[in-house]
Ligand binder design. Structure first.
Ligand code: PEP
Length: 252
């Protein structure tokens, strides 16, 4: 696939972490990245309460900001929710949808994720659509079938490489320190690339497929070298500028 490889993306998901006291980390990250030649894009997804502030402290840098979830509606009686349009208004360029913590803690189904991805597209945001198997599913040999089903159910009409990024995140690797082997990552990513052909035809080659789950500076280079990996979705290690930059530098 030489020549068609999409530009990688390294995205940080802060989850429910961060108050104004944490703003020094993105400020530091922007300063550390200023003179680094990068072959990837960088995105930080803080809690929505900090979106504008994080964007402000990184002003002038190439780092973009994103949301961690969005509602399907533009506005209305949905207490506590945030719409894709609100994220856009706060300066976001992307929204994560279907993270396994949302699927598990909030009962989100593939249909929900699909509607959220469509909402992100409607607002002009890139939807980062998360998929991945549980440990039980992996142990029973169902990984490829599970990700195929999630992909089929989670991608809305109008999905393109320009408005959508896939994040393969084995549930058992998130926040555990465990990771699949490079060969296992390559197997799933190559399968996802093939399956994407059903949704986006020959554009599948241009779609970014991120790996997520316990990515750290010490394993980033190796995980990112696996076939069909076009970047990373990083949780815990995105909270500290020094750790996150260690991952980003896999693409320096
Ligand atoms: C995540 O939450 O998307 C994630 C990959 O978390 P961690 O890097 O902490 O495993």
């Amino acid at each position: 696939m030489a020549g068609t490889q999409p530009r990688p993306l390294v995205a940080g998901n802060w989850k429910m972490n961060g108050t104004t006291a944490h703003l020094r980390e993105p400020r530091l990250l922007a300063a550390m990245l200023r003179d680094v030649k990068l072959r990837c894009e960088v995105l930080v997804c803080p809690p929505a309460t900090l979106a504008r502030r994080v964007k402000a402290v990184m002003k002038g840098s190439r780092i973009r900001i994103g949301g961690q979830d969005c509602h399907t509606a533009v506005s209305g009686a949905h207490t506590g929710d945030i719409s894709a349009e609100m994220l856009k208004d706060a300066g976001c360029t992307a929204a994560i949808v279907g993270h396994s913590e949302r699927r598990t803690n909030h009962g989100e189904t593939d249909a929900t994720v699909r509607a959220k991805a469509a909402a992100a597209h409607r607002a002009g945001l890139t939807a980062i659509v998360c998929i991945g198997e549980t440990l039980e599913e992996r142990k029973s040999g169902k990984t490829l079938a599970v990700v195929s089903k999630q992909l089929e159910g989670s991608l809305p009409e109008g999905t393109t490489p320009a408005n959508t990024v896939i994040a393969y995140e084995p549930v058992w690797a998130i926040g555990t320190g465990l990771t699949p082997t490079t060969a296992e990552v390559a197997e799933v990513h190559t399968h996802i690339r093939k399956e994407l052909g059903k949704a986006v035809g020959e554009n599948a080659a241009a779609m970014r497929i991120l790996y997520g789950g316990s990515v750290k500076p010490s394993n980033a280079q190796e995980l990112m070298s696996a076939d069909n990996v076009n970047g990373a979705l990083v949780g815990g290690a995105s909270l500290k500028a020094a750790d996150f930059i260690g991952i980003i530098k896999a693409y320096a």
